[in-house]
Design a binder for this molecule. Structure first.
Ligand code: PHE
Ligand code: CO
Length: 294
């Protein structure tokens, strides 16, 4: 009898752990390696796809000033000429010397253990495929534009880069502690939808915000959502929305805060948080300070 495959090892089919959607994840899982990485078939992108990427990049970059944090704005240029889908190798030529991170291609969403393992090795998985033109404004699953444009610029920041690796290692540990749901909230409310307080006002650093045409302005300027100070336990108790703009954002004061607040052993924190009531997205607790829109 064959031993069951280790969790997080590619079996050549799309992972079933994800997707409430009616269709399976896009992407060619059959040609990916055991760790789910694959080659970026750059030559297979069509001129129309390069053009769509260019339009996504342009639309987003035009609205960064005053809404995105400076670290992101400065690093976006490392993605190279906006005119085409970047070659991952070209990004790595700059990224690796800067922070010892690399981007690696994957067919699409991968199981969380495989994801954590790559992050722990300072490898950021980037989806190979690009959304279709009718998904210009919104795409359900992360594509190459979200993954590259949203996530890669901050990997050039040394503190954020170390946080991402620590998150990966923390994910492998959370898998053993059956705490991935709590840890996923940390990723969601920081890496994907985080805001940072700067001298100039609130700014976005989360990739889900920075790759979104509408949520960038909404997250920083709209009076609708709640914006509360980053607090690890408060955050781990808070549910999140996957099908609309966020109702709550957590605000850090520096990337060092993120790194330092997540350094302690999470085992007792998971145990404690499990005893506390969950908080709905959009709820504010008694006496909780809210940040004003930027
Ligand atoms: N300190 C966490 C733990 O012990 C690991 C971690 C670090 C998780 C950074 C997330 C981010 O589990
Ligand atoms: Co993302």
């Amino acid at each position: 009898m064959n031993a069951p495959a280790a969790k997080g090892v590619n079996q050549g089919v799309a992972p079933v752990t994800y997707g409430q959607g009616e269709r399976p994840p896009r992407g060619d899982y059959a040609s990916a390696a055991a760790d789910y990485t694959c080659a970026q078939r750059w030559g297979a992108y069509t001129p129309e796809q390069h053009d769509l990427y260019r339009r996504l990049h342009q639309r987003q970059t035009a609205q960064l000033p005053g809404l995105a944090c400076d670290e992101f704005i400065h690093a976006v240029q490392h993605l190279g000429a906006a005119g085409q889908i970047p070659r991952f190798e070209a990004i790595n030529d700059k990224l690796y010397p800067a922070t010892r991170w690399q981007v690696v291609a994957v067919p699409g969403l991968i199981p969380e253990e495989a994801f954590f393992a790559l992050l722990a090795e300072r490898k950021f998985p980037v989806t190979e495929w690009l959304r279709t033109p009718d998904e210009f404004d919104y795409v359900v699953e992360p594509d190459v534009f979200h993954d590259l444009y949203g996530h890669v610029p901050l990997l050039f920041n040394p503190v954020f880069a170390d946080y991402m690796q620590a998150y990966g290692a923390g994910g492998l540990k959370a898998s053993r502690l059956d705490a991935c749901e709590l840890l996923a909230r940390l990723y969601w409310y920081t890496v994907e939808f985080g805001l940072i307080e700067t001298k100039q006002g609130l700014r976005a650093y989360g990739a889900g915000i920075l790759s979104s045409a509408g949520e960038l302005r909404h997250s920083v300027r709209s009076p609708a959502p709640r914006r509360v100070a980053f607090d690890l336990r408060r955050l781990m108790r808070t549910r999140y929305k996957i099908d609309s703009f966020q109702a709550t954002y957590f605000v850090i004061d520096a990337f060092e805060q993120l790194f330092d607040a997540t350094a302690p052993d999470f085992a007792p924190i998971y145990a404690e948080v499990r005893t506390l009531a969950e908080i709905e997205a959009g709820a504010v607790l008694d006496g909780e300070r809210e940040f004003r829109p930027g």
